[in-house]
Every structure is written in C-alpha cells, then in structure tokens.
Design a protein around this ligand. Structure first.
Ligand code: SF4
Ligand code: SF4
Length: 106
C-alpha cells in the first residue's frame, strides 16, 4: 500500500472502489483495546458469535475438541485477530458467556 494518499484528482468518480475484495488489506485489529478470548470448554458450538460478528472475524474451524467433561465437538470457533476490532458483540451475545473480553496488550 502506498504511503501517500491520492489527491482528489486521482480518485475515481464518486470515489467508488474499483478492486473487489480490497478490504482484506485493511486489518482492523489495530482499533482493538479489548480482545475476545473463547473458553473452548464452555463453548456449546451454537454459532451465535459467528453469525453476529460484524467483521466477520470468527472462524468455524474443522478442529475437534474434547471438553474436560469428555464431550467431543467436531468444530471449534476461533477468533481471527487480524480482523477482530474488539467490539465485544460476540461476548455480549454468547448464551453461555464463553467469551471473555480481556485488555489488549501490544
Ligand atoms: S469482538 Fe467484535 S469483531 Fe471481534 S470477534 Fe467479537 S464480534 Fe467479531
Ligand atoms: S456464541 Fe458462545 S457458545 Fe456459541 S459458538 Fe460462540 S463462543 Fe461458543
């Protein structure tokens, strides 16, 4: 990405985005002051965080997990910390409070 911002003369008419998928380059993690952490033992794999995340920064991974009470899940929900902006919606919506927002340490 260029360090110089384009002048108004260089912008396309209406400042429309000409390249599809360019938002992938804008990693929104730098906004974050709180970081969500999923407790895989508490998570019941309901997918609510995945559907509410506005980025989306929650990944449904084919990663089996066995809880401390021997319950086996075939998927795990993980956070993509490159794009998570720390809004906390996932933690708010999780029905079993398996997501904790902790201070971001850089
Ligand atoms: S804190 Fe916000 S952006 Fe990050 S994973 Fe949760 S809902 Fe998505
Ligand atoms: S909302 Fe909570 S319980 Fe449901 S998948 Fe996400 S972390 Fe797991």
């Amino acid at each position: 990405m260029s360090s110089r911002l384009p002048s108004w003369r260089e912008l396309p008419v209406g400042a429309i985005i000409l390249e599809p998928g360019s938002s992938r380059r804008y990693k929104t993690h730098e906004w974050r002051t709180l970081r969500p952490v999923i407790n895989q033992d508490k998570c019941i794999r309901c997918r609510i965080c995945w559907s509410y995340c506005p980025e989306p920064a929650i990944i449904e991974a084919d990663k089996p997990y066995v809880t401390s009470t021997n319950r086996r899940y075939e998927v795990s929900y993980l956070i993509d910390y490159d794009y998570c902006k720390g809004c906390g919606i996932c933690a708010q919506e999780c029905p079993v409070k398996a997501i904790e927002m902790v201070p971001e340490v850089r």
